[in-house]
Write a protein of this length. Structure first.
Length: 223
């Protein structure tokens, strides 16, 4: 049974209609209408099989959900080099934010020194979703103990008018305000971000339960 056939068992026109509104930049015709738990289960069921191995080579896929299953399979790869190779093969085919944002390879957490230069490379990619993925990995992996203030500049220096890039920059900085406030607040005090992104990051930070009320009050004065 192919991944498409597995997905087809769970497809729903009603859910497809709902999902298509969340992903307006891709055609409704390539959305089957399958929920995330079912897609994760499919990836889990075929992980490590010949079917999965063959499926990872079948690029590009036709359907949105096939791309999600693809990334869920990649995220489960335990060998670092194999995982990175699979990520870099797949990223050029990522064409929307849910596929970009759903999967986080577990092996990256144990290989921070190896992954950091790759993240920097991805961030500066001209491909929107490769850049977004790089910023998300930097946010996920390097706003804790391994944080360095220079990482903020990597994200702040990304330019462009693409909505999904600007939203990712705002998301990154809102999270940085929660986790690395002293280093990141300077970017707002000195208005180093583009105006729309500056305001959106403050909005997201003020909506976050991880940012203190005192910090929220001050951030509102910087809008």
């Amino acid at each position: 049974m192919s991944v498409y056939e597995r997905l087809s068992e769970f497809k729903s026109d009603k859910y497809r209609d709902f999902q298509s509104k969340l992903v307006p930049n891709i055609s409704k015709d390539v959305i089957l209408g399958v929920k995330t738990p079912e897609m994760r289960q499919i990836a889990k069921d075929i992980k490590g099989t010949k079917e999965a191995e063959d499926f990872l080579k079948e690029l590009p896929h036709k359907y949105y959900e096939e791309n999600l299953v693809h990334f869920f399979l990649i995220a489960a790869i335990k060998d670092f080099d194999e995982c990175v190779e699979a990520v870099e093969t797949f990223l050029p085919y990522v064409d929307c934010w849910p596929v970009c944002d759903q999967a986080s390879p577990n092996v990256f957490k144990k290989n921070h020194k190896k992954i950091l230069p790759l993240i920097k490379k991805w961030i500066y990619s001209d491909h929107v979703y490769t850049s977004r993925f790089g910023m998300r990995m930097l946010m996920n992996e390097f706003l804790g103990d391994d944080f360095k203030p220079e990482y903020l500049e990597w994200v702040a220096s990304v330019k462009g008018e693409d909505y999904y890039i600007k939203m990712m920059i705002a998301w990154y900085f809102a999270t940085a305000l929660a986790k690395q406030y002293d280093a990141s607040i300077v970017y707002f005090e000195e208005k180093r971000l583009e105006s729309w992104t500056h305001k959106k990051a403050i909005q997201k930070a003020c909506e976050s339960f991880r940012v203190t009320d005192e910090h929220k009050e001050y951030l509102r004065t910087l809008k």
